[in-house]
Design a protein around this ligand. Sequence first.
Ligand SMILES: *[C@@H]1O[C@H](CO)[C@@H](O)[C@H](O)[C@H]1NC(C)=O
Ligand SMILES: *[C@@H]1O[C@H](CO)[C@@H](O)[C@H](O)[C@H]1NC(C)=O
Ligand SMILES: *[C@@H]1O[C@H](CO)[C@@H](O)[C@H](O)[C@H]1NC(C)=O
Length: 741
Amino acid sequence: MQHQVYVMMILQVFILLLLGTASAANISLPGCQDKCGNVSIPYPFGVGAGCYLDAGFEIICDDSYPTPKAFTNGNTQVDEILPDHVRAHYWYISYQCYDETDWTNASTAWFNLTQVPAFRFSDTRNKFTAIGCATLAYIFGNGGRVNGYTSGCLSFCNTPGSATNGSCSGMGCCQTSIPKDLFYFNVSFGGYNHSDVWEFSPCSYGLLVEQDWYNFTASDLSGFDFYHKNNITGFPVVLDWAIRDMSCSEAKLQTGYACRSEKSDCYDSTNGPGYLCKCSGGYEGNPYLEHGCTDIDECRDPDLYPCFGNCTNKPGGYDCKCPPGTQGNATYERCSKIPEKFPLAAKLSVGISAGVIIMLSLSCLLIIKLQKRKYLREKDDYFKQNGGLILYERLRARQVETVRVFTEKELEKVTNNFANERILGAGGRGTVYKGILENSREVAIKRSKEVDESQKDEFVNEIIILSQINHRSIVKLLGCCLEVEVPVLIYEFVPNGTLFDFLHGKNRTSAIPLDIRLEIATDSANALSYLHSSTERSIIHGDVKSLNILLDANYKAKVSDFGASTLVPLDKDQFVMLVQGTRGYLDPECLTTQQLTEKSDVYSFGVVLTELITRKQAIYTDGSNETKCLAFSFVSMMDQGRLRDILDDQIADEGVMELLQEVAELAVRCLSVKREERPTMKEVADGLHVLTRSKHHPWSQKNPEETESLLGEMSTHTTASDSTAYNSMVNRLVLNIDDGR
Ligand SMILES: *[C@@H]1O[C@H](CO)[C@@H](O)[C@H](O)[C@H]1NC(C)=O
Ligand SMILES: *[C@@H]1O[C@H](CO)[C@@H](O)[C@H](O)[C@H]1NC(C)=O
Ligand SMILES: *[C@@H]1O[C@H](CO)[C@@H](O)[C@H](O)[C@H]1NC(C)=O
């Protein structure tokens, strides 16, 4: 017990550590120090050789202090490094002090950045500040474009009381801006007569300091306290940095271009020449590092990126949509319900409360009528929206005959108001409910998830296609309902779930006899063959997979889901369309040609057939945890003559290996990369039919070589006309299989 608790705790700590390191993005180069004391050091800044950009970004970390301190190589202490400036720490204040006749002592402070070319004194974040009564302070400066700059700042006051605390506007205190591009300055004072003021303001001070840092108090005028106080603690000066001497347009052509992240942008420095980098919109991190900018997951930070609806993150941004059934601008305000149902009722009810009782009943009648009309109009709108008009047109043109159109009321009754316990399954596209009709017939009701233009077309597509076919191995469409918000389809109920669940689901260890597998394969192949050839115009299923094959009470296959299906146009040459198959089942030629043909279904069926005999999923992980594509690994095993190794152990017993070999070879032909080399669906169906029959015959076990005798024996079990057709079919199959070898 104790041990378990410890192990759990250690695991938790480990997970927390992992999470911690994963979420904190790297800011410095790999293997470099990213902190000095409490100063974070993002690249291009860095400590030690190879860790900084060699253009004035070296940081020297002095750990002789209790909290280590960071310095530039020009010996300026740095308190904080920000995306385009640093906050430096400075101590030296210029001053000049007086007695009744003249000045007594003075000091000229200067600040020099010439050793660190990346820096300039910030013209926007600093103020030159002078303090004193009768003070004329000068700042002299040098810079790239401003050699020999001079500016003054004048402050005076007649009495100690004339200076007001907090205000630095010429009474005891003055402030002025400095120009851009300055990297050296010193401060000195002009001669002024101090005889009137020296008693209450004996000194003048001048310093460049971070704007808003200094808060003037009249007490700073008296004595020498101001100097002492700040000479000990120091004060902040802001330095703008950039990668100097090249604009973005020039730097981009150079090999040393510093904006290394692929999701970064360059911008020109506003203080002195040079450029800086930033992460592109929707990305965050360090633009100076390769892969340094990563996508911001806006959905995790609703305070900064408001979303009142369904938020989905996407690269460089996010989508915020109102949930279905509501409307509005979800990034801006709460979504509101559509449609608002009782606006008129609300208005009228105000009138009624003031009105006469007779009016009440009259209005009630009116309301009911109006609402009914509105409701009908709404239903009509949905009907149109959901492809009702197309269907109506088809009905009129008699392309659709057997579909019953259900009303919304009927649907609610049949599904017990779409109750949860009626849900049969939910997939990416929608939810399937079980319904019970008045005559206690069970039906499956498919409700699309979202109302989206392309899906509506899919639904109508499915209605039109399914309504034209009638085959025992194809799920029957019984009806539809188009007058609700999302279109709904009603099918016959198929009780035993999907082939996928049957093979790979909960009961995957229970044995499935070979007969049943072959029967499922044959029935599905028949259904597809029927689709391809039996109707007036050929229908391509487009998404054949084990998830789309349902099993009825006797485990007979029924092909379903015609959302992706297409009627082949009469003019076959012009047939090009977007393909929407499923990974692992998709005809590889579709990827190059974007063209779906009957042979694409053959390929997908080949995968299903392979699934049936290997009982592996179309995309599966093998023992070594590698993700594999069943179609490819199966063909490759067959090439190596190792069918036995990939077969499902449950069926691979010696007696039927010959038969399984034939089935496998049929599958391999379906999986040919070249379309021309695949058999037609009819050939596949016929082939499977023959093989299924042979399963029930002892010949294959006893004497596999004697094909001749088989044919003789078989024909005795069939009627005369049957047998000729049957013989030619078997011949064709034998020929085909020979071709394949
Ligand atoms: C560094 O951290 C210490 C302790 O958290 C704090 O007292 C100090 O003010 C910080 N120094 C700077 C420069 O941020
Ligand atoms: C102050 O700077 C100016 C301009 O660079 C220079 O000419 C002067 O000598 C400096 N004064 C002192 C005292 O350093
Ligand atoms: C939603 O509101 C935001 C903020 O007012 C605005 O920027 C955005 O363009 C609006 N979106 C739409 C689709 O109207």
